[in-house]
Design a protein around this ligand. Sequence first.
Ligand SMILES: NC(=O)c1ccc[n+]([C@@H]2O[C@H](COP(=O)([O-])OP(=O)(O)OC[C@H]3O[C@@H](n4cnc5c(N)ncnc54)[C@H](OP(=O)(O)O)[C@@H]3O)[C@@H](O)[C@H]2O)c1
Length: 259
Amino acid sequence: MAEALERKVAIVTGASRGLGRAMSLALARAGADIVAAARTTEPGGPLPGTIGETEAQVTALGRRALAVQCDVTKEEQVQALVQEALDAFGRIDVLVNNAGVAFVVPVAEMPIKRWDLVLAVNLRGTVLCSQAVLPSMTERGSGAIINISSMLARRSVPGWAAYSASKAAIERFTVSLAQEVSGSGIAVNCLLPAATVDTEGLSYLTRASETDKADWATTGPMERAVAYLAGLGAEAFTGQVVMDQELLGWRDLHVSQGS
Ligand SMILES: NC(=O)c1ccc[n+]([C@@H]2O[C@H](COP(=O)([O-])OP(=O)(O)OC[C@H]3O[C@@H](n4cnc5c(N)ncnc54)[C@H](OP(=O)(O)O)[C@@H]3O)[C@@H](O)[C@H]2O)c1
């Protein structure tokens, strides 16, 4: 049986580790070729994971893969990322705007440079990557842009103001862009984990112990949700901000109803 994303091409930002790598592999298992974008090309930094490793893992699944070094805050690098993807694969069907950072510090003590960086990676990066794929998706009359939010877009925790503000803005940006491109065949949605997900970046940031992480989720629900969302056409689902578990519930309902 053909996979849902067979012959589709997906760009995933922040694909060197964590959710970005997990979602890249999930999209590949669903049939997609993957463009894995992030900054890290060499091991040895404070966090594990490189885009080359993600590329190799996708290739091992039998899909085509391309690792592209890209800082999503830099417009010229984002434009080059999209051009490299088009040159290599001829099309872009899916963009997952996953690259994200956080610094945990009260506003009163936060150097404004850190505020700017969180907003630049999370929000500006999402906007730049979306802008860059729109021309080719519009020309083809189809595409899926999937932004990544957080429960902290709706719930405030001291120290996380910049991150919360960036994610709340991403949710509004999602609905605004979906409205602007409605009728073009491009779906724009926002996906968020219902629970804290155990990733390298979050473990490092929070210095969480194994006990702290007892109720953290695996990447599994986000993997399944992104693969499902990437395959839904704009006529079926756009302009939505949806939790992974909620989306999987809808999917299971549709499957059980045979629709
Ligand atoms: N883990 C959770 O519980 C959770 C919950 C809600 C939402 N999220 C969201 O899910 C996404 C992934 O989170 P995660 O936990 O997997 O984080 P992570 O392990 O820290 O991974 C973050 C990724 O973003 C990339 N990145 C950071 N700055 C970048 C830049 N300037 N340009 C390009 N890539 C950049 C990193 O790669 P390089 O360092 O190689 O560039 C890395 O691949 C984020 O948007 C996060 O806000 C996570």
